[in-house]
Design a protein. Structure first.
Length: 56
């Protein structure tokens, strides 16, 4: 169990879709930054195997 809210787990689950949507919206630059922060926190709280799969 990760020490993260369910919303972040859902964000991770649909990361590629959300990321593509944000990239297509230049005015959402702040959201891109927030997304990367949450992504980093998720990786830091993940098991080593999932962290390695993210790095690949």
């Amino acid at each position: 169990m990760y020490p993260l809210p369910l919303s972040l787990l859902l964000l991770e689950k649909f990361a590629s879709t959300i990321f593509c949507w944000v990239i297509k919206s230049p005015e959402l630059e702040l959201e891109i930054t927030v997304f990367h922060i949450y992504r980093f926190l998720f990786v830091m709280n993940s098991p080593a195997s999932e962290t390695l799969s993210y790095i690949r």
